[in-house]
Write a protein that binds this ligand. Sequence first.
Ligand SMILES: Cc1cc2nc3c(=O)[nH]c(=O)nc-3n(C[C@H](O)[C@H](O)[C@H](O)COP(=O)(O)OP(=O)(O)OC[C@H]3O[C@@H](n4cnc5c(N)ncnc54)[C@H](O)[C@@H]3O)c2cc1C
Ligand code: SF4
Length: 657
Amino acid sequence: MGRLFRTRGWSAPLLARRHDFNPGCFSRNVLEETYSQRPLKGKESSNFSQGRSRSDYEGIQFTAVVQKHDGLFKGILGHRSLMSVEGSRSRHFQVGLDRLQSEQTRKFSAEASSDESREVMEYDVVIVGGGPAGLGAAIRLKQLCQEKGSDLSVCVVEKAPEVGAHILSGNVYEPRALSELFPDWKEQDAPVKVPVTADKFWYLTEKRAIPLPSPFNNQGNYVISLSQLVRWLGAKAEELGVEVYPGFAASEVLYENDRVVGIATNDMGIAKDGSKKSIFQRGIELKGRLTFFGEGCRGSLSETILKKYQLREQVQAQHQTYALGIKEVWEVEESKHIPGYVLHTVGYPLDYRTYGGTFLYHMDNRQVAIGLVVALDYKNPYLSPYEEYQRFKQHPSIRPMLEGGKVIQYGARTLNEGGFQSIPKTAFPGGALLGDSAGFLNVPKIKGSHTALKSGMVAAEAAFEALGKSEQPSMEAYWTALQKSWVWQELKSVRNIRPAFHYGLLPGMTHAALDHYLLRGKIPFTLRHGPSDHKCTEPASKHRPISYAKPDGVISFDLLTSLYRSSTNHEHDQPPHLRLRDPQIPESVNLPKYAGPESRYCPARVYEYVTDENDKMKLNINAQNCLHCKACDIKDPTQNIQWTVPEGGGGPGYTVM
Ligand SMILES: Cc1cc2nc3c(=O)[nH]c(=O)nc-3n(C[C@H](O)[C@H](O)[C@H](O)COP(=O)(O)OP(=O)(O)OC[C@H]3O[C@@H](n4cnc5c(N)ncnc54)[C@H](O)[C@@H]3O)c2cc1C
Ligand code: SF4
């Protein structure tokens, strides 16, 4: 039998040292407890049973999920430990997938390790992505099971080392969907505590801030950390019996007869050169009667599904368009902190042809979320979203708000901007697309967490009905129900606001004001988007380089300092997850024609042009810095970069984003 225990990244050795941890022993204990002393609860038939067990081993909480099939046992062991890092902060670490073995299964395991076939776990519903959309679907499914007295097995795989650690958002939160899911969310202590108290909107010139009426209507909304709300949702899902597996990256869609039948997680322990390391472990297949993809914006598997089933073409949807958000969370001086204060700006530092804006939201605990969103259809390849953000913070109206404070966290993530025009068909044989994977973000509001949650709930309701009717259920009812839901109405009513900005900032703002105050989305036509974002980048010869000021280390920072604050961590010795379709393109096209734009739009300095031993410029890819924002997958001018999932558990470690 191979290794009983596998760990990820740097957390595992620490964990082992601090707890004098013997993984092999731990596994056997779990096995004996789970298999021998407790009956399996859950699905049962004469030759199949499935159950889960929560327990505590020397202060380490773990969940074991076990399937017994024709007398053989298979299982997943997930466990976390609350531990302190460098004596100051606490973090949870999810540390492992374990292939479990009991006395009865020794034979099975020996066979499995020799032929290297993948283990298969079966569920009613497999959900990829533990964001608002995926968790909303999982929770609603289990709520329906409770209401109707039935049982469905539901699992969620999440690539982050813990639920919420890859979630980055503004976030001013509209609680409509949350109130539908948990009418008593306040009593249940949801981390949604700071009501919006001021809603400001400024037009910035280089030196001045001109207040305008706010178009955002944030009354009744809350300033939150979405990363924290998602952690809370993850705990609620587990309480209801959902099997949540952080640290597992879904890397492959499984098909049978043209129907999606689940996903596979990637193999772990493969070295950069493709050889197997001593800790090699085959991925597992998670098969579902239905599979949902809630991977967020530009989901890597969702994109393959969109293409395979031509989900846009089926409903004549336009292509998706995107923006990149760069964000920090600051801790500011007490005297400058106004809980619930919300500010949006347009104008400086972006030029009038570049769509975007900034946000500044006061959370609790003196924390302020501040960020810049830049539409990725910008033309000038010399533009650096990261540097534009540094410029914004130096504006005379913004800088004083931050002075005396310190940065707690940094990160970046793309968001959908296509809106209503770009919604693809969301149902396909064997499953559905949820949330930002389908593109439900309301662009003028910059809000998508409420629509993501709602789309997951609508999908769950359709799935619950369908699973009761057929062994191979259809999700067509989800597509129909979605079109009758408030998500559809909301996105339809604002469909023309973003495309109007193709005519420039002032025409766009004039149209937005008319639409918002007078027409209220009732214009009887729908504006089209411009070309896809990657096609909008113009040759460098048409533009002049932008000169950005050096960071002062007080308000503005160099990129590596910022990156450190994202807690990004990847196993270094693994195959590159950023793949070049043609390795020559960076040097033959991107550099001479576009002046190497990937070295500027990437908010983590993953792409760097360096001189090689022959004095030629060559692209160096520092994949371990990747923040999983997906900007390169979207903006590369020739679509030569493909973002794929790295080993599960790698990536940023957000806690307050
Ligand atoms: C800068 C910025 C500001 C924003 N401001 C606001 C705001 O103020 N209010 C608001 O409501 N919304 C805001 N949004 C939008 C909001 O964050 C999204 O609409 C929302 O998070 C979408 O939820 P989701 O569940 O679809 O996807 P996500 O929240 O992105 O969650 C997807 C999850 O799936 C996981 N995942 C992805 N692929 C895989 C895989 N292959 N295997 C396993 N796991 C995977 C990811 O790690 C992630 O945890 C903002 C977004 C950004 C970027
Ligand atoms: S490599 Fe791509 S996905 Fe990763 S941080 Fe850079 S732009 Fe974002």
